[in-house]
Design a protein around this ligand. Structure first.
Ligand SMILES: *Cc1c(COP(=O)(O)O)cnc(C)c1O
Length: 355
């Protein structure tokens, strides 16, 4: 195997249980974007045997892929659907998000074989999709009066819960308060991962939507981080080693020169696998938990690293290299990104190994 992602499914379940215990709310596991790169079908398959009432994805395509793999999971599509996708989503039994009067108009024009299962999306400050709170009562009444479906859920999304934005986030949560007591609506939810770990006690919602945290990661520091177990590692193996007997350029564009005596190893992973090219010249990977620097530009399929002196006698062709692991936040930050982006970009050429 060239490069692979090791994924511990049990730890995903463990993290979800920790989240439910911490918040005393039920989880809607977010498995959009191929479960943040880790494989939505395998993650859904594993979790479908556990006690989760609903899973969340971004769009119809993601939902149908999971359903077509033979899973009977209940799935909420969190994004906006155009009219065609809306019809397909309803006929496939997915829960849909209704976030605008345009959505409602589409709903009215459809002639579906099943009753629409609706989650109303409220914009409390994210500014993305959703009814502003003042509009929502009218929308809900319109849906009910015209029997456009069953309102199964009502939800909102926090924009800045992992920043130092207590005041703004609490304002979002307070704008959502009026929905918390709505009777006959089974799913009321606002908290994403940072919300779960910082603001759970400020809401009386009954569900939470953890994404990144179920995969073992939080983008901000909190002592509660220790509640989570790591879930994945991106690994590869050394395929080539040379000790330079002259000074010589390494990789495209002559951006780095290896010095006589340097030991350089080549790894079978590149930007086409999802290793961000901005890690060229300076990004770090780990061998036996020791950092090694990337030298030269990352290529499409290969990357070179300098082997530190202390590792010279310990490595060989075939030695495992950790590309992303528990330092993924730090790595992402060093190139102005976030762990979510690095994870979701791990290409399908990288095999997924489930343990
Ligand atoms: C992605 C997403 C989530 C999960 O967010 P995390 O911060 O990864 O937990 C929850 N809700 C919505 C609407 C999302 O788009």
């Amino acid at each position: 195997m060239r490069s692979w992602l090791e994924i511990n499914l049990k730890n995903i379940e463990f993290n979800l249980n920790q989240i439910e215990n911490l918040t005393q709310k039920k989880a809607i596991p977010v498995i959009k974007a191929n479960a943040y790169g880790l494989g939505s079908i395998e993650v859904a398959k594993y979790l479908s045997k556990k006690n989760f009432k609903l899973f969340a994805v971004a769009n119809f395509q993601e939902a149908i892929e999971i359903k077509n793999s033979g899973l009977e999971n209940k799935i909420l599509i969190m994004g906006n659907n155009d009219k065609d996708d809306l019809e397909l989503a309803i006929n496939n039994g997915f829960s849909i998000t209704i976030s605008s009067w345009d959505d409602i108009k589409n709903l009215e024009m459809l002639n579906t074989s099943k009753e629409a299962l609706i989650h109303i999306k409220i914009d409390t400050g994210m500014g993305r999709i959703g009814f502003i709170p003042d509009e929502s009562d009218k929308a809900i009444k319109h849906i009910n009066d015209n029997k456009l479906g069953t309102i199964q859920g009502i939800y909102s999304h926090l924009s800045s819960a992992d920043e130092n934005e207590d005041e703004f986030t609490l304002q979002q949560i307070n704008l959502f308060k009026k929905y918390e007591g709505m009777k006959d609506i089974p799913f009321i939810h606002i908290l994403n991962s940072p919300g779960i770990f910082k603001y759970s006690k400020y809401t009386n919602t009954n569900f939470v939507r953890p994404g990144i945290s179920m995969y073992g990661i939080l983008l901000f520091n909190t002592p509660l981080k220790k509640l989570l177990k790591p879930v994945f590692k991106l690994k590869t193996k050394i395929i080539y080693i040379k000790t330079l007997n002259i000074n010589t350029f390494i990789s495209y564009g002559k951006t780095a020169e290896g010095q006589k005596g340097d030991m350089i190893a080549t790894l079978p992973i590149g930007y086409a696998d999802g290793l961000d090219r901005r890690f060229s010249n300076g990004g770090k990977v780990k061998i036996f938990d020791k950092e090694c620097k990337i030298i030269g530009r990352i290529c499409m399929d290969m990357t070179m690293i300098i082997i530190p002196n202390s590792l010279r006698n310990k490595i060989d062709v075939g030695t495992e290299v950790e590309i992303y692991g528990k330092d993924i936040n730090k790595q992402a930050e060093s190139i102005g990104s976030i762990a979510d982006e690095l994870m979701t970009r791990i290409n399908k050429r990288v095999s997924r190994k489930y343990i």
